[in-house]
Design a protein around this ligand. Structure first.
Ligand SMILES: [Zn+2]
Length: 183
């Protein structure tokens, strides 16, 4: 039995579907630039942090003897996003699960995609699975990431210091009046 070496950067989707391929793996999170761009500046993914994924190919028989090419994808990662309340990093689990149908070309993909709830992609000789995984994780990011309870209260803006520390404007006015009065 030969073991097929599976390169997620270069998947022959037609063969993967025909063979009902199943594969799972991990990929360094730090290598996904677009996704890492969403992370907090103090919480960029460290070496060793991984995206986990699983991909399954399916050749689906349909009426007329034709077969459809399908890819079922699951992926998950953890990312330190920017909390929209306290602006500190918030550790967020991001996961996505989606099925894609592959068709002969872009025009057909656009046509079918418009009338379908599934995602339809054009079949290319080599599919970059990692790029597709990154797209899915980006789509799965929360719109407004935030802590359930923020670790630190928000620092008050500079113009709202405690009242006592500011000079009383009426006292200042009084001083000015006294200075301008003739003795
Ligand atoms: Zn927060």
């Amino acid at each position: 039995m030969t073991v097929r070496v599976f390169d997620p950067l270069c998947v022959d989707m037609a063969t993967f579907a025909k063979e009902a391929g199943e594969t799972a793996g991990t990929w360094p999170l730090a290598a996904l630039d677009r996704l890492c761009g969403e992370a907090h500046i103090d919480a960029k993914p460290a070496t060793g942090e991984q995206v986990e994924w699983r991909a399954t190919g399916e050749s689906r028989a349909c009426r007329g003897g034709e077969t459809q090419i399908w890819l079922h994808l699951e992926c998950r990662a953890r990312l330190g996003l920017v909390c929209q309340r306290c602006l500190q990093p918030v550790d967020t689990a991001v996961d996505a699960q989606r099925s894609f149908q592959f068709v002969a070309n872009e025009a057909l993909a656009a046509e079918i995609d418009a009338g379908s709830e599934e995602d339809v992609l054009a079949l290319s000789r080599t599919l970059n699975l990692i790029e597709l995984i990154e797209d899915e994780l980006l789509l799965a990011l929360p719109l407004v990431p935030r802590h359930a309870t923020c670790p630190q209260p928000l620092k008050p803006p500079d113009n709202t210091e405690p009242f006592e520390e500011r000079a009383n404007p009426f006292a200042v006015l009084g001083e000015l009046k006294q200075k301008s009065l003739p003795n």
